[in-house]
Design a protein around this ligand. Structure first.
Ligand code: FES
Ligand code: FES
Length: 168
């Protein structure tokens, strides 16, 4: 099966019922995308499919054939952090770090449709991204900071605006 991942065409030889997460991690070596629950409950495995956040642990390959899959590896411009990643670094957000790629991918998608979210907007958008270390206050501050950074650098790479209903 041919897929498009992080801007490049890849061919994988796996049964069609293998979830995208396993293909990303085991076939393509994208270990930044994490396995948490495997049941669409924690958000650790969040990637973008055509700009919309998706739980890759429950996404079938047939769903992504011919579509653009983007992982945290390619949300920044070449050699540069995405402003959301920059805000995460500035705010020293991660503790163990396990959930953070998913948190960042959900934040990039949020800011694509809501460039100035309130605390309530942030909590609603990220409520299904769980953090066992309880970094939620730092995540919230970092989302506000990322919104500022994006406003200051309009040419920064952005995710495409998700369609209504988003698929988280
Ligand atoms: S591993 Fe996919 S939502 Fe938890
Ligand atoms: S930083 Fe440890 S689970 Fe979120």
């Amino acid at each position: 099966m041919k897929l498009r991942v992080d801007g490049r065409e890849v061919e994988v030889d796996v049964p069609e019922d293998v979830p995208l997460l396993w293909v990303l991690r085991e076939e393509l070596g994208v270990r930044e995308v994490k396995f948490g629950c495997g049941k669409a409950l924690c958000g650790a495995c969040t990637v973008h499919v055509d700009g919309q956040p998706r739980r890759s642990c429950v996404t079938g390959l047939a769903d992504v054939e011919g579509r653009e899959v983007r992982t945290i590896r390619s949300i920044g411009a070449e050699g540069m952090l995405h402003p959301v990643q920059q805000a995460w670094v500035e705010g020293n957000v991660p503790q163990c770090g396990y959930c953070q790629a998913g948190q960042i991918m959900s934040t990039v998608a949020l800011l694509a449709v809501n460039p100035k979210p309130t605390d309530e907007d942030i909590d609603a958008a990220l409520s299904a991204n769980l953090c066992r270390c309880g970094t939620y206050p730092r995540i919230r501050r970092a989302v506000h900071r990322a919104a500022e950074l994006l406003a200051q650098s309009p040419k920064a790479p952005k995710a495409k605006a998700p369609k209504a209903g988003g698929g988280r």
